[in-house]
Write a protein that binds this ligand. Structure first.
Ligand SMILES: Cc1cc2nc3c(=O)[nH]c(=O)nc-3n(C[C@H](O)[C@H](O)[C@H](O)COP(=O)(O)OP(=O)(O)OC[C@H]3O[C@@H](n4cnc5c(N)ncnc54)[C@H](O)[C@@H]3O)c2cc1C
Length: 266
């Protein structure tokens, strides 16, 4: 149906972003394709060292993932920050990626954790896209009108993984004004394989390579964490909107990075 109707059609997953968009008349699709009738599209699987997330896996399902070590702990914590329970019961991981809000927890997680998306078109078949290449600008992705995300694959993490997450919102359940996820391996006294990204700050979530380089093979200390938070605050180019201007968002970024790093050290 997508290949037949193109831009006139929309996939309906959890409806938690599409329906408000339609209510505000910002989207007026003539054809709605309800994915919810597809059988077996909600159950995750694990294979080849990856968690494979199907199109109907809901945010709340991540709170019950418990079989795959640090990755499930990280995803469970992040899912608890998405909106409120009724939203988490319906909204889907793949729908959140397609919606591409720069402040969305799953968009940040997919970039920091190195997720890969499998997207399919009836005419051109399946292509794989690294999450870092998927988000083009605010609410905009490389998905073509006739493509559907059929799976997101997230690499599992080793047992020695440490992580810290921080998000700053005006009210509980709101989208983040700034958020940070940092993940690394604790190797003796050093941090290795550091991945640090920010969400809600720029038009797309992204990793900050300068900060990762500064942390790599270093001993974690509060002093180093403060210096990295300063570095990230000066490296980002924050958006300005009604919720927060660019200067304020820069300060929130500094705080979110600092808190996420401190939490990784627990
Ligand atoms: C009050 C409120 C608060 C919220 N707070 C947050 C928050 O704090 N953090 C957060 O991340 N989100 C938040 N959300 C949004 C929520 O997480 C949505 O569930 C999510 O953004 C979209 O997922 P969905 O399954 O509901 O997608 P839908 O609303 O069904 O679809 C969204 C878009 O994605 C497309 N789409 C859906 N599935 C696919 C697919 N498999 N392949 C290709 N395109 C697809 C649809 O066609 C549509 O364009 C909030 C929503 C509300 C109403």
């Amino acid at each position: 149906m997508l290949s037949q109707h193109g831009d006139d059609a929309r996939l309906l997953a959890g409806g938690q972003s599409l329906v408000p968009t339609m209510t505000a008349r910002l989207a007026r699709p003539t054809v709605l394709i309800d994915l919810n009738r597809i059988e077996n599209a909600a159950l995750p699987t694990i294979s080849a060292g990856r968690l494979r997330v199907p199109p109907l896996m809901r945010h709340a399902d991540f709170e019950r993932l418990s079989a795959n070590g640090p990755l499930s702990t990280i995803l469970a914590e992040l899912s608890g920050h998405i909106g409120h329970l009724p939203i988490r019961m319906r909204g889907t991981f793949c729908g959140a990626l397609a919606h591409a809000d720069p402040a969305a927890e799953w968009c940040l997680a997919s970039v920091v954790l190195g997720a890969e998306l499998l997207v399919r078109s009836m005419t051109r078949g399946v292509r794989n896209i690294e999450a870092a290449d998927f988000f083009e600008s605010m609410m905009d992705t490389t998905l073509a009108d006739d493509e559907m995300i059929i799976e997101a694959q997230i690499p599992l993490l080793p047992a020695a993984t440490r992580y810290g997450f921080s998000e700053i919102c005006r009210r509980s359940g709101d989208y983040a004004l700034a958020s940070t996820l940092v993940v690394y391996q604790r190797d003796e006294d050093e941090m290795t394989k550091v991945r640090l990204g920010v969400g809600g700050v720029e038009a797309t979530p992204r990793r900050i390579p300068e900060a990762e380089a500064m942390l790599e093979r270093r001993e974690p200390t509060r002093q180093l964490f403060r210096e990295v938070a300063d570095l990230v605050a000066s490296a980002v180019d924050p958006v300005s909107d009604l919720a927060a201007d660019a200067d304020y968002r820069r300060e929130l970024t500094r705080a979110a990075v600092s808190r996420a790093l401190d939490r990784s050290f627990r």
